[in-house]
Design a protein around this ligand. Sequence first.
Ligand SMILES: *Cc1c(COP(=O)(O)O)cnc(C)c1O
Length: 344
Amino acid sequence: MKKVIDLRSDASTLPTEEMRESVSKALLGDDILGEDPTVKELEQTAASMLGMEDALLTSSGTMSNQIAVMVLTDRGDEVIMGRDSHMYNLEVAGLATLSQVQPRVIPVEKGYYNTTDIEEAIHSADVQIAKTGLISLENTYNLNEGSVVTLENMAEINQLAKKYDIPIFLDGARIFNAAAYLGVEAKAICEHVDAVQFCLTKGLGCPVGSLLLGTKSFIKKAKRIRQRLGGGMRQAGVIAAPGIIGLNKMVDRIKDDQETANQLKNAFQNLPGVKLVTEELQTNIVSIEVVKENWTADTLIKELKKYNILVKKIGPKKARLVTHYQITDKEINQVINGFHSILK
Ligand SMILES: *Cc1c(COP(=O)(O)O)cnc(C)c1O
């Protein structure tokens, strides 16, 4: 059988051989009791890389996001966030059900948070109005776009948040893609936020997990909430071991994913039947629209499948392609050839 080229998400990455081997060698203990040395090593490595005081391993980005909001808000607060953010759209109304907060969404165009929009959305409590408890950013922003929020923009939001004494959380599921584009370390992005989450399972290629980071007192509270959600894990070193490799070996190569995405983008510019939706490609996500007569995204997906190529539908006529470490020049060529074959 021919190998499947999976471009639906960077979350479809399988662990590297080294990651698989690390699992069998990992030193283990009961992490609920704080006795798993491999988990501790991962958390310390992440905290030091991102310049945060402390870190906590959780089972997923969604869990980290929801824990962060639960720690940082009171019931009945509003949380300001971008309209296309993951937390608002793809976390099963966790904000409403777990934290019991109300999202106040603002438009975010190409990764730019307008501080006027944010300031207008900030409310102090009064007899009728809910107080703003948190500003939640996403970088890279929009999972169909992968737009980078600049350091300048992060800094001005931080200044505004300080003025109103509101904490900032960053959903940094793909923070290393943002850092690679900006040519900085992820630490420089985290300087502007109080707490942050990143996924081990996207560009870093690990099978499971997310790291939630913040101050020591934030993480102490987060740990109890993780437990309440049933997210405390025993010998979690089997999850942490690949994470350590992800942080040590995969971060520096993430820029390659922007390069392969760029090759796709260039190919789509000259391909009849599809149109680029991504205007300015910054990271590893390329979105396209099907313009071939009578074709829909479903047609495209069905036809590409015949060539063992998987892409993700993001609209009736739109699809998304995400590059990652398993997509090398060889796969890119196969994908471009596949598109030529089905669209000719
Ligand atoms: C993938 C993703 C998440 C959620 O991560 P899971 O580990 O799949 O729960 C959250 N936010 C953003 C921006 C993401 O891309």
